[in-house]
Design a protein around this ligand. Structure first.
Ligand code: NCD
Ligand code: ZN
Ligand code: ZN
Length: 357
């Protein structure tokens, strides 16, 4: 298959960055790098410096390309958006509702506070990437994504109809259906022979394709299955699988690989995030094979993302071979250990090393 890209990735900084970046670079040609560092990446200068640190942390000879993003805050100005676009290295701006997830304290308190930034993004065509959950304590954790669609996403898209939006790491039937409906309309509206002008897309993680919320509670409380938005019921997993394998161009690969040291997940207030970078493609292959749709993996992993972001598709190829191997129980992570997603489970596919066309 064509060499894939990861359209939603956390690589952290410092020794954590050093520990994880090689795993992604071995699997993917490019990745959209999330900006939720402490402090967050809010300016183009910070994104440039972070990009340089990522490039410096890569294994020798790697041609991996980090695609940078800015972290939207109530203080982001239109001028900062125009500067980001002009830099050529910033490919999106990330909206974290304040308090929704890991390192989101500096996030947006209300959409009204970011009107100028959103207008500028629409004008210069810089995509908005959203963590789509409401933070209202009155809303059940498992409903926060579905409620976000009605309360935030639909009004936002109505106000900024030309703004291109990526609904990140979708986890519900409601999100899959909403993105599917918009995509079908936009595909139908495209002139014959022309690519559709999509204004809405969604990334889907391997954990949300492979597991439902029972995984968090099977035989005890399992912190390594805890991420946000949290795993949902089986009906939602099936809807996500249907969307990912539909062939619709609005759905593409975004691992949301989100490394946290094992002791910070095995904790009274465990961190949210699953670390899937070392075996992400193999996990997706398992999900697609389970749905009888292995032939659709290439477009999901290698075509739809670059088409939406208006970047060239990769020229190189990779090969997955059928084998049997066990995901390690734990991996080194700076001075600590990290437990990868689905540690100890057996996979039926493995990325063949070093193959490039
Ligand atoms: C992410 C992280 O750890 O940075 N965690 C997660 O559970 N997905 C943040 C995010 O993507 O929401
Ligand atoms: Zn998120
Ligand atoms: Zn994420």
């Amino acid at each position: 298959m064509v060499r894939p890209d990861d359209w939603h990735l956390h690589v952290r900084d410092g020794e954590a960055l050093q520990a994880v970046i090689g795993a992604t670079a071995a699997q993917f040609a490019r990745a959209i790098i999330m900006p939720n560092l402490k402090p967050p990446v809010t300016t183009t200068a910070q994104a440039q410096a972070y990009r340089a640190r990522i490039l410096a942390a890569l294994p020798a000879g790697s041609d991996f390309q980090p695609l940078m993003t800015l972290y939207l805050t109530d203080a982001t100005s239109a001028a900062q958006i125009r500067e980001a676009k002009a830099s050529g290295i910033v490919h999106g701006v990330k909206l974290y509702p304040a308090g929704a997830t890991t390192n989101s304290d500096a996030g947006v308190s209300s959409i009204d506070k970011v009107t100028a930034a959103l207008e500028a993004m629409q004008a210069v065509d810089l995509p908005l990437l959203v963590h789509g959950e409401v933070v209202d304590a009155a809303v059940d954790t498992f409903d926060r994504e579905a409620v976000f669609i009605d309360r935030v996403l639909m009004p936002l898209r109505a106000r900024f109809p030309a703004l291109r939006v990526v609904f990140e790491h979708i986890t519900t039937r409601q999100a899959a259906q909403y993105v599917t409906a918009v995509c079908r309309e936009q595909v139908a509206a495209a002139p014959a022979g022309q690519p559709p002008a999509l204004t809405l897309a969604a990334t889907i993680t391997p954990q949300h394709l492979l597991y439902n919320r029972n995984a968090i509670f099977s035989g005890g409380l399992r912190p390594h299955w805890y991420c946000l938005p949290i795993l949902k019921r089986e009906e939602h997993r099936l809807a996500l699988l249907e969307a990912a394998t539909s062939g619709l161009p609005a759905f593409f690969l975004g691992t949301d690989s989100a490394p946290h040291a094992a002791h910070l997940k095995e904790h009274a207030a465990g961190c949210a995030g699953c670390y899937s970078a070392p075996h992400a493609l193999e996990l997706y292959a398992a999900a697609f094979e389970g749905a009888g749709a292995l032939a659709r993996l290439e477009a999901f992993a290698g075509f739809h993302g670059p088409d939406f972001y208006r970047l060239p598709r990769n020229a190189g190829k990779v090969r997955l071979r059928r084998t049997s191997w066990t995901i390690p129980e734990s991996l080194p992570f700076g001075g600590n250990q990290i437990v990868p997603l689905a540690s100890g489970e057996v996979l039926a596919w493995q990325l063949a090393p070093g193959l490039e066309a």
